[in-house]
Design a protein around this ligand. Structure first.
Ligand SMILES: [Zn+2]
Length: 277
């Protein structure tokens, strides 16, 4: 028996032009659109997902941290950080959320799986000093150093002990996905490549009679997925769109509950087991 639990770790606001990029604008045009856009979307949840599996407890993404609002935490030279507003109270961090569920993050989580290394997915890593931390190798490569700091990652804020186990998409084809990478021996928790939002982004599929598709930021919402709308921060709109089609194809073949990291309706779909159709 596998159980998936949604955990909200505070809120993020972004410009409307980030949530949905203009189809006729490329990667650079879309970023200019974000800077020009005066309109903000409503505060969106920053979600993590706990997977309780016979082989252990797995956490997908770690949310952001209250420290995001400490002056100096975000690099002042990168104007992009002013286009996103993160609000996390200390008790909203994933560590406190897990403790409230009776789970000690310092010893009860076997592995943390990162869909990608953006700051609102890695901000809670400090809570897991004794867990395996698994992340996609291809995304890690573009998330470190100056390049990472220019593209939404904060490698200078990662815990000093962080040495992620880097996953390659070296396993068999899974449905429409050309490759996969199983996390558990039984294959019930498996990574698939969902690039586009960033290079090397992966999603986590929890396999069962109903599949749970933990999409990270492959899409910001089910609505955007169904409408074929890619986001404004992608550096590769075509690949992002191909990923949306791939997720849709997967869900056409097998009943699947879609759970992106910032979809306000995700937790209700999880509670109702409402599959994508
Ligand atoms: Zn992201």
């Amino acid at each position: 028996m596998i159980k998936v639990t949604a955990i909200e770790t505070g809120k993020a606001r972004m410009k409307t032009a980030q949530r949905i990029g203009r189809d006729d604008h490329g990667a650079i045009g879309r970023k200019i659109d974000i800077f020009r856009d005066p309109n903000w979307v409503e505060p969106l949840p920053i979600l993590c997902f706990l997977i309780e599996h016979p082989e252990g407890r797995f956490l997908v993404d770690t949310g952001d941290t209250w420290r995001n609002s400490v002056p100096g935490y975000l690099p002042g030279w990168n104007p992009f950080y002013k286009q996103v507003e993160i609000k996390v109270a200390p008790h909203e961090e994933v560590g406190s959320r897990l403790l409230a569920l009776g789970i000690d993050p310092a010893k009860d989580i076997d592995a943390v799986i990162l869909t990608h290394f953006h700051h609102d997915h890695t901000g809670g890593l400090d809570h897991f000093p004794r867990s395996r931390i698994i992340g996609p190798r291809e995304n890690y490569a573009v998330s470190v150093g100056l390049r990472g700091m220019m593209t939404g990652c904060l490698p200078q804020r990662w815990p000093i002990w962080l040495k992620p186990e880097l996953a390659d998409m070296d396993g068999p084809k899974l449905g429409p996905f050309s490759a996969s990478h199983s996390i558990t021996r039984d294959g019930a928790i498996v990574l698939v490549p969902t690039p586009g939002h960033v290079d090397g982004h992966v999603s986590v599929i929890v396999r069962g009679d109903v599949n749970y598709f933990l999409a990270g930021d492959a899409t910001y919402s089910q609505e955007n997925l169904l409408a074929g709308k890619t986001d404004g921060v992608t550096n590769d709109p075509e690949t992002a769109l191909a990923t949306l089609k791939m997720i849709q194809l997967f869900a056409e073949r097998e009943p699947t509950v879609l759970l992106p990291a910032h979809d306000p309706e995700g937790p209700a779909r999880l509670a109702a087991n409402a599959v994508l159709s």
